[in-house]
Design a binder for this molecule. Sequence first.
Ligand code: FMN
Length: 469
Amino acid sequence: MYPMIIQGGMGVGISNWVLANAVAREGYLGVVSGTVVDHVMVRRLADGDEGGHVRRAMESFPFPEVVSQVLERYFKPGGRADGEPYPNLPMFRQKMKKARLQVTALANFVEVTLAKEGHDGVVGVNLLTKVQMPNLASLYGAMLAEVDYVLMGAGIPREIPGVLDRFSRNEKASIRFDVAESEDYASEDLEFDPAEQFDGPLPALKRPKFLAIIASNSLATMLARKSTGKVDGFIIEAPTAGGHNAPPRGERRLNEEGEPLYGERDEVDLDKIARLGLPFWLAGGAGRKGRLQMALDAGATGIQVGTLFAYCDEAGTSESLKRRVIRQSLLGQVKIKTDGRASPTGFPFKVVELPQSISEPETYEQRTRVCDLGYLRTAYRTDKGGINYRCPAEPVETYVKKGGLEEDTVGRKCLCNALMSNLDRGQVRNGGASEKPLLTSGDDLEILGQFLNGRTSYTAADVLDYLLS
Ligand SMILES: Cc1cc2nc3c(=O)[nH]c(=O)nc-3n(C[C@H](O)[C@H](O)[C@H](O)COP(=O)(O)O)c2cc1C
């Protein structure tokens, strides 16, 4: 039995354990975001771990010495002093110290454990294929918490099903590591060996179901046939969805506002998808009344919804941002832009145009570029044959020194830092100012006002009722 409604993974920290728990409790699939969740956990600890939730979940982590080290290093009873910056974890590279990978595994474990607490429902974890370096540690950590589903898009997750198979037997797994300007060299891998990373006996693990998030028939067919293990289903995501979107196929065309234009070639043929014989869910604009029935009529198992959940009481979005977006929605004044430049990944990214967020050109210009979280850095081969890392949102001069093109830096936004600010856990910079936020949502945000119907707050259960009505 598959769930009819999936609450989509929303990074960073928007689909947190509180939201996923609320959805799973109602009998649907609650999905936590595993992206950057290690920094989210460290910042919760630095803020005093209100309610003791992180520490409670840590008690069931099978490797207590890892927990002690993390708490000793990052937990601040009572929280940080005023204006004190958050501690940062080292930025990911191809090979990381054990302690760094352990924090990532532990953070995914904590998020999934809390999402599963107190009910028998199902919980998934969402990761982005393109954010390669933390993924193996994240998957293993989520599996230690008996995650039921893994959902991954933003790239081609062909190798992930095989990784899940291997991890379920506690075997070492590896995936190909993308290194630019590297044709003359042997291919590189990312590896994670559970027995090497953790001391002591490894617990028996189950293999979660794997759902690939895709936007084309060709990718679905390829993944169904050529993945390294079983793909259990597909989420078909339309370009109206929040977060990153697949780029349009064929020649790149923009509308007057500079947004990428999608056409007929971007439409997915659902009959063809159905013929693959695997369950599928429709995402992107599926959060409207009647859409669930339409999806079922088209042969889908159900829908995946993000935007409507992103501003409910349980979501990780900061209270002040929720209030601002809800107020503007009630006034019919929210605007979404598909920004082809904002994300360092190069994928189109849906941005909520909000004053004092870095969607605003003036606010963006005021930010001094700094790269200190580094999840969107990609690897490239240096002249000497080594591997180094760069991100087009880092300081322009540094990026160009690393062989990057200056034109690639234009309009790129530091999503790592901005998305942490969406949670009210933005880094404090010199002078005490916090990094500014950047919200993402799907085109459906425009119907939030209608859904609210005069309310100024709502719960995940309200969203589910609406979707089922
Ligand atoms: C705030 C927000 C963050 C998102 N982040 C992610 C993400 O980290 N990974 C992912 O696969 N999808 C992400 N998405 C997409 C959702 O999982 C979901 O597929 C999408 O929101 C469905 O379309 P809708 O926005 O029209 O409801 C995000 C969506 C939103 C609104």
